[in-house]
Write a protein that binds this ligand. Sequence first.
Ligand code: UDP
Length: 463
Amino acid sequence: MEERKGRRIIMFPLPFAGHINPMIKLAGIFHHRGFSVTILHTSFNSPDPSYYPQFTFRTIHHNNEGKEEDPLSPQDSGMDLVAFIRQLRQSYAEPFRESLAAEVGGGDTVYCLVSDVVWGRNTEVAAEEVGIHRMVLSTSGAASFCAYAAYPLLRDKGYIPIKDSRLDELVTELPPLKVKDLPVMETNEPEELFRVVNNMVKGAKSSSGVIWNTFEDFERPSLMDLNSKLKVPIFPIGPFHKHSDNFSPSTKSTEDNVTTDWLNKKNPQSVVYVSFGSLADIEEKEFLDIAWGLRNSEQPFLWVVRPGLVRGTEWLESLSCEFMDNISHKGKIVKWVNQLEVLAHPAVGAFWTHCGWNSTLESICEGVPMICTPCFTDQHVNARYIVDVWKVGMMLERSKMDRKEIEKVIRSVMIEEGDGIREMCLKWKERANVCLSKDGSSSTYLEKLVSHVLSFDSYAFAS
Ligand code: UDP
């Protein structure tokens, strides 16, 4: 580890697990390269600083906190994410400006701000005011960012908003995406979705560089496309969590230990691991179809049912006693797992996923085939690439998902077509390792990133 010499980086993650996790991993990478890191985080969904004693954490509060009209009070299922992101941006814009100014006025030289790309241009003025450079972190893949960058064109050509009659049409400007794969989401504020996406892309273009949690071999054409469109330096240094200098919090919960014990008793590659990430929610009917489809597949399964996953229910109450009795030996249902550990366990044979970008990369790095049920935004793009480009999974579309189809796809991935897909998975796992090796592309880009950040001189920028 390099010695820290008063060199500080300030980070500002978007407060969702799929954004906080990679930002904290990136913080670990910078820390290992000799930077001190301050993480400015929203009071909504704030991470637990005690897991990461090497970083400084500062909580940013907003004005309506705790009041009845607090727009960010904890939500149950069914939240409109677009409206919620608008609220987040509005609520924290001013408090963020103040916090950043206070941090930059401290003792260390602040080399730059690294903010989540979804904050968009919100963070730009604040960084300019205090005279520091702003880099952005994209926690989604390069292919989906290309689709976001094409939003104006997609709108002009009538691909979005998506029409049911065109779902299976190829988007000729973005092959192999079909209209149904475009990164959109249900919202009561469709215009706001356009604003958020356009603002995000503009914020990337006006930044001092974009850091990607991806690797060059995996997304070369998309990265080349972005390189020419964004016209700022790009740094694909991922997968972050596999950097040899990275770390994981050592604390393990009792639930994690119980899950590992359960997996230890299963045959190699026999378990279907099921998780739809930290945000997606599903209808009760879909939940019951998933439950019975898993049961009828006769494969052991480990299923993460987050409280709030099933709309209108607390947790498992819609599962009958008959179902629970039926699965007692084969299936295990938990509220949350240490996903990195689960995917790395030899008993896991497939990952039924919503195809969030972190989940996609984590599965690739462990060589685990995927069953893809995307729910919204970039998940659709990731799923298409998983199936048609990287060839490491099979599609199980949400609209076609009944218990018979679920059983068929699980059996197909686990038994009939598993070997071919698994072979491709191992190839990608190997290529990820090569990119991370000493002279691999991710390591080379990391060297460039560190030099880039060190070349920033906050006072020169301000003057
Ligand atoms: N995750 C986890 N335990 C779980 C479910 C998810 O640790 O039970 C982690 C997972 O490893 C990943 C993140 O939460 O790092 C989810 O991010 P992703 O981009 O896959 O999906 P999102 O939650 O943003 O939809």
